[in-house]
Design a protein around this ligand. Sequence first.
Ligand code: IPM
Ligand code: MG
Length: 360
Amino acid sequence: MTQHRITLLPGDGIGPEIMAVTVQILEAIAPRFDLEFVFTEALIGGVAIDATGNPLPPETLTQCQNSDAVLLAAIGGYKWDNLPRAQRPETGLLGLRAGLDLFANLRPATILPQLIDASSLKREVVEGVDIMVVRELTGGVYFGQPKGIFTDETGQKRGVNTMAYTESEIDRIAQVGFETARKRGGKLCSVDKANVLDVSQLWRDRITAMAPQYPDVELSHLYVDNAAMQLVRAPKQFDTIVTGNLFGDILSDAAAMLTGSIGMLPSASLGAPGKPGVFEPVHGSAPDIAGQDKANPLAQVLSAAMMLRYALDQPAAAACLEKAVITVLDQGYRTGDIMSEGMTLVGCQAMGEALLKALA
Ligand code: IPM
Ligand code: MG
């Protein structure tokens, strides 16, 4: 029996609902793969602010650091949107990323044949889309110094953030990009804004310098504005994309929507080998539907599958979860976000029950 210590961070909004479904499913498959999960729940985001005044209480970070993997649902909500930045839910999430040194964020956007009609784009544009966005997650404009709102000599306020990358920060994410592309379709597109930004020029130079080490990977470069256009114009040209923190934030939402619903997509945030990663859906806390049993739990379940594959080295268990997701979609079960004509509309819990049946 292999024991795995998992920290659960249900967070805010629909987080607790989709987490509850996912934990049930992990418990259901554990005996089959001779696994034992030791789950410990901790606070992050708005619920942590309410309980402790801090969106990332130190106990939470320690708890995460001492586990084999972290499964996170979502953070944030209207209630906390107007607090000072240090007390916002998002600050807790950024603190977790920095605290665990999760510099590599993998966001797959794969269209499932069952959901093609849920995409807002034409069938022929999205059919067969299979993209992996590798987003740098602990640097760039999200973390660069100086940052803040300052008052200048004239008494006018000035908001400042700094987009900065060092060579080593670029090199380590570039390496993840090349390695990821090598294991997929062998094509890597690096996205930057080197026609305007110096930080992007350095980014492009370093990526280009690394290319000879990966002769089996075909490297290309796109400016971010063009990349955004190409993603909605002809998404099938992309295999693996590597980009900085802000561009990756934006492009991964666009890539997600190609697949019909952002409610379907998982992600993995990884740090140094052997250190715990964080696995979470790409979507947010959806406060507008929280507590109404309407949320789509599938991205959370698929995030648990990524955790099994990338952190716990349990590819068979991961495949089992992924297969269950395909089965319930084949059976016609749909939550509101992926609903289309002729399908059976279900809530979050009923989707969980359908998954449990599919596993049985
Ligand atoms: C994401 C989210 C976060 C980000 C927010 C919630 C801080 O949009 O994970 O993509 O900007 O990174
Ligand atoms: Mg985002």
